[in-house]
Design a protein around this ligand. Structure first.
Ligand code: GDP
Ligand code: ZN
Length: 369
């Protein structure tokens, strides 16, 4: 891959050993007080009960997470977290603290549980894989977009299997219309089309892969990591979990830069709380709604409804309005089931941290185009 980082080689040679795992100025600053206490930084690559695997400057270690155990499930250690480790003397190293999370993917309340669960932390890019081997389901794409926006990560749509697509250009146009403001990249693991562009797009920061089972996520993980780390579907039951073949880790440093997280939890997403993410997925509809006569217009049958007018004159696909309504309904249902205290606490905490993270990232990389 071309080196366009702009960093001279001799400077990078002295970079922090955890830089390939996403260590940056922001992390360094957050970690500094722990360093003064003799703790060492580590990034969590996998979690089990009471233990985790974490990469440190000296390699991957097994660590005890009991010291940071919390009755609040969103405070539990998860893949992607930055930890302050006590190397210990004999015995296992112990996680003493977690650094504040920049972003987080949270599985919200299900019908049987009322607490959230964090599936991945400190994610910058949410890659949504959509297969072109079949007609893309744009409503499903919109749902994944809402989840991605809600996490604080920047979505990126990857249209996979272009080698099987009858009309890639058409599919790209449809996906772009369903994902305003989001980059859409066509790729094929068979021909290699677009993989270099994708690798470059993931070069800075941490990415997760979302998408329906069979969309080609495991194949993409292997292509990006450059190794068979996951078994693809021919050799596996159709649960979409992407069995790990050679390693149990869920976080990989990519050879071209950047980090990829792939956890079974993220694979198995059902109804997540998309929250504010729904609005960001449909900026076109929210914009139109500002011109509705009634400020609380439900865009159902109200007079002076600008949204319905746009459907009538063909500028807004009816499919998209229906998808918007459906996600809003679902979201309200989930919101009603979710512990209000937890939600507001998460929002306050993470939105603040996230704003700080963005600021730091922009200072480093220059403003987004
Ligand atoms: P996952 O469930 O999203 O992880 O999907 P997999 O990576 O397991 O892929 C599902 C199926 O699609 C497998 O049979 C793959 O070999 C196939 N596949 C993945 N990417 C491509 C591609 O770019 N082109 C073609 N033709 N098949 C692909
Ligand atoms: Zn309206």
């Amino acid at each position: 891959m071309p080196d366009n980082s702009g960093t001279p080689r001799d400077l990078r040679a002295t970079a922090h050993p955890l830089a390939p795992y996403g260590w940056d100025e922001h992390t360094a600053e957050a970690f500094a007080p722990y360093g003064r206490q003799g703790l060492v930084p580590a990034r969590v690559v996998r979690v089990d009960r009471g233990r985790c695997d974490a990469v440190t400057a000296d390699g991957t270690v097994r660590a005890d997470t009991a010291p940071v155990a919390s009755p609040d499930p969103v405070r539990a250690v998860c893949t992607g977290d930055w930890a302050a480790l006590d190397p210990g003397t004999g015995g296992l190293p112990a996680v003493r603290a977690l650094l504040p999370r920049r972003t987080a993917f949270v599985r919200s309340a299900s019908s049987t549980r009322s607490e959230g669960q964090v599936l991945a932390a400190n994610v910058d890019h949410a890659v949504i894989a959509v297969s072109l081997a079949v007609e893309p389901d744009l409503g499903r794409l919109e749902r994944f977009l809402a989840l991605a926006w809600e996490s604080g990560a920047q979505p990126l749509v990857v249209l996979t299997k272009t080698d099987l697509a009858p009309d890639t250009a058409h599919a790209v146009a449809d996906a772009e219309a369903a994902a305003p403001g989001v980059t859409v990249l066509p790729v094929s693991a068979v021909t290699g089309e677009g993989l270099d562009v994708l690798a470059a797009a993931l070069g800075g920061g941490t990415a997760v892969l979302l998408g329906q089972s069979g969309a080609g996520k495991s194949t993409l993980v292997n292509a990006l990591v450059g190794q068979e780390v996951l078994a693809v579907q021919e050799t596996r039951a159709r649960d979409g979990k992407g069995r790990h073949t050679t390693t149990a880790r869920e976080l990989f440093a990519l050879p071209g830069g950047g980090v990829l997280i792939d956890t079974p939890g993220l694979r198995g997403v059902g109804l997540w709380d998309a929250g504010d993410g729904v609005g960001r997925t449909f900026p076109d509809i929210e914009e139109l709604a500002r011109a509705c006569r009634f400020h609380d217009c439900a865009h159902a049958a109200e007079p002076g409804c600008a949204v319905l007018a746009a459907v009538d004159d063909g500028t807004l696909p009816e499919r998209r309005l229906e998808s918007y309504r459906k996600l809003l309904r679902e979201n309200q249902y989930l919101a009603a089931r979710t512990d209000a205290r937890l939600r507001s606490e998460l929002r306050r905490d993470w939105k603040q941290k996230q704003a700080l993270g963005r600021h730091m990232m922009e200072r480093k990389r220059g403003p987004r185009r």
